[in-house]
Design a protein around this ligand. Structure first.
Ligand code: ZN
Length: 604
């Protein structure tokens, strides 16, 4: 994944110069314990630290949730960076000049095209804005905003605009500036005429430009001024506009969200503008789409305190409830403000309810409580049947929450609201036997770890912690005798990596060993168990001995079984051959005991 943007050398240099301790310390407070550092995991909620960082190997691992990797992985997970973003951020921090971005011609073309689309949007936005503020044609737009009490400064701040009542206003403007009209069509500004030529999509509408976080215009919304349908039209999705990612108002709001450590989420252009106009500047809005996980992740960078503020009607309540599982999955615990029936934030504020809304925001209800309340309305909680149904529905949601204080808190809440004992809720929370099997199949198999043959685990641990032993281990071909397929795969991956590079850079190896092995390799870095200071070569040899003995024992058992079967069938020739094999095994066993295992021939 590294190599679409940077060469391996660039990535290696950044990895070498970056210090994982410093980077982690920006997000987690860590303390030194022995050779490692320990802290509370940023990826799951916990009371006692199980998040470890090893400075020497430049690796982190959480024994609670299994997350682990190098400094790039950490940044990607904690800051929602892409891999190239993580490389760039670290290069900047450690003063490494990234020489060339090796971009393919196809990618270059894509970048150039995106650039052009942004330009066209910018020119269109300037055009609409200019019509609104300075042209006779914009009179109707000015009157509309004036009636809403929005000042010129306000209109400028949000770059609001007006599309005149003409078919070719923007067409002409773009033509004068020599822009490709075909490209303007791609961002949804023009339609092609039936025969030839183009016409404006936005006519006689006030215009809301939609900006991304870098202040680039990605799309537009337009609202009719007089009567007419549709009331709102929006840019279609394009190479630069994805509804599920953009939050209206965020470029202005982000500073206030950070300051107040809280964000209000509304829906639609005017709800957002009016909220800002009335001082709720830490608000953002979704546009023409329900809230997505991507939205939540974007907001998490600024705050984890989220308040939803939707319309006070059935659709608004429905929209509110639909967000809850998304938030919980992202480990965000939202609150919600309910408006009187039939009100939306825009209308409510403009009727003089500023202080009232402020009070409601301050007293926002946890969305989970709001959800339970909605269930109480849906089911008859006086009947046993109703209680069970309500609990089931709530538990479907609670199961998605990682175990911990929060989850216990929600279980308690649920028990209170349904009026049943907490222990009963916990019983219901237990996965059904069917689910349990599924978990075992899909899950990360922590059980397997416990059943690893000790000596094999030790060998792999030594490979991870003391890579200079790898050539010795691979020379003896001991991994061929491993009983655990998982450890065998892990050991062979490490050997292959070491042979290719002549060393073991764990960060780089982790990137390449594959997801299934990654967690195991990571955790082995942190398991010391008194290996320090001992004669490691001796430890390795002891392990070899035990592994070979184990293998031989197994072979003997199998052979013995076959001999017994042959005896039962009597008179068959096979028995003699088996007995010869048996003698061979006994001999090998003897030599394994006598011979120094270092010189021992492989058992294979
Ligand atoms: Zn964790």
């Amino acid at each position: 994944m590294a190599n679409e943007f940077f060469s391996d050398e660039t990535v290696s240099e950044v990895r070498e110069r970056a210090n994982i301790l410093e980077v982690v310390s920006d997000y987690v407070s860590i303390k030194k314990t022995g050779r490692n550092y320990k802290g509370l995991c940023p990826f799951h909620s916990e009371k006692t630290p199980s998040f470890m960082v090893n400075e020497e190997k430049q690796i982190f691992h959480c024994f609670g949730c299994g997350e682990g990797g190098d400094v790039f992985t950490f940044l990607m997970k904690v800051g929602q960076f892409s891999f190239p973003e993580a490389v760039e951020a670290l290069a900047k921090r450690y003063g490494i000049r990234i020489v060339s971005r090796e971009i393919s011609p196809a990618r270059k073309k894509e970048v150039a095209k995106k650039e052009l689309l942004f330009q066209i949007n910018q020119v269109a936005s300037d055009y609409y804005h200019d019509r609104l503020l300075r042209h006779r044609e914009g009179e109707a737009g000015r009157a509309y905003f004036a009636q809403r009490g929005m000042s010129k400064e306000f209109l400028e701040g949000y770059r609001l605009g007006y599309a005149p009542d003409r078919w070719d206003g923007l067409v002409q403007h773009l033509q004068d500036k020599k822009f490709s009209l075909e490209m303007a069509r791609e961002v949804g500004l023009l339609f092609p005429k039936k025969r030839e030529g183009w016409y404006d999509v936005f006519r006689a509408r006030i215009i809301f430009p939609i900006l991304d976080i870098h202040q680039r215009v990605v799309g537009f919304g337009g609202r009719v001024i007089k009567e007419g349908q549709p009331k709102y039209i929006n840019s279609s999705e394009s190479m630069i506009y994805h509804k599920g990612e953009v939050l209206y108002g965020l470029p202005v709001a982000k500073q206030f969200i950070a300051e107040k450590d809280c964000v209000i989420i509304a829906e639609g252009y005017f709800d957002l503008l009016t909220l800002h106009q009335y001082g709720f500047t830490n608000s953002v809005a979704t546009l023409g789409t329900a809230l997505t996980t991507q939205h939540i992740r974007t907001l998490k960078r600024y705050t984890r305190n989220v308040i939803t503020l939707f319309d006070g009607d059935e659709a608004g309540i429905h929209a509110t409830l639909r967000t809850l599982p998304l938030f919980l999955e992202e480990e965000v615990w939202p609150k919600t403000v309910a408006l009187p029936k039939g009100e939306d934030p825009d209308g409510f504020l403009r009727k003089g309810n500023r202080d009232e809304l402020e009070r409601r925001v301050a007293e926002a209800e946890p969305l989970f409580d709001f959800f339970l309340e909605s269930l109480r309305k849906k089911f008859d909680v006086k009947s046993v049947d109703g209680k069970v149904k309500m609990a089931e529905e709530a538990l479907a949601l609670i199961r998605g929450i990682p175990e911990g204080i929060r989850r216990n808190f929600y279980v308690k809440r649920l028990a209170e609201r349904v009026d049943i004992q907490e222990s009963m809720v916990y019983d219901m929370l237990q996965p059904s036997p069917k689910d349990r099997i599924k978990v075992r199949e899909e899950g990360k198999k922590p059980a397997e770890k416990k059943t690893f043959p000790r000596s094999e685990e030790m060998v792999v641990r030594l490979m991870v912690q003391h890579p200079h032993l790898i050539p010795k281990i691979s020379k003896e071909g001991i991994t061929g005798d491993f009983e655990s397929p998982f450890l065998k795969k892990m050991a062979e991956a490490l050997v292959a990596f070491y042979q290719r590079k002549g060393e073991l850079d764990l960060g780089e190896a982790l990137e390449k060993v594959g997801e299934d092995l990654k967690e195991g390799v990571c955790s082995f870095v942190f398991q010391e168990n008194g290996l320090e200071g001992g004669d490691l070569e001796k430890v390795v040899e002891d392990c070899f001995q035990k592994i070979r003995e184990g293998r031989l024992k197994k072979e003997k058992q199998e052979l013995l079984k076959r001999i017994r079967e042959a005896e039962k069938r009597k008179g068959e020739k096979g028995l003699e051959a088996l007995l010869l094999e048996w003698q061979e095994l006994v001999k090998r066993e003897g030599s394994l005991r006598k011979v120094n295992p270092q010189n021992g021939r492989g058992v294979k």
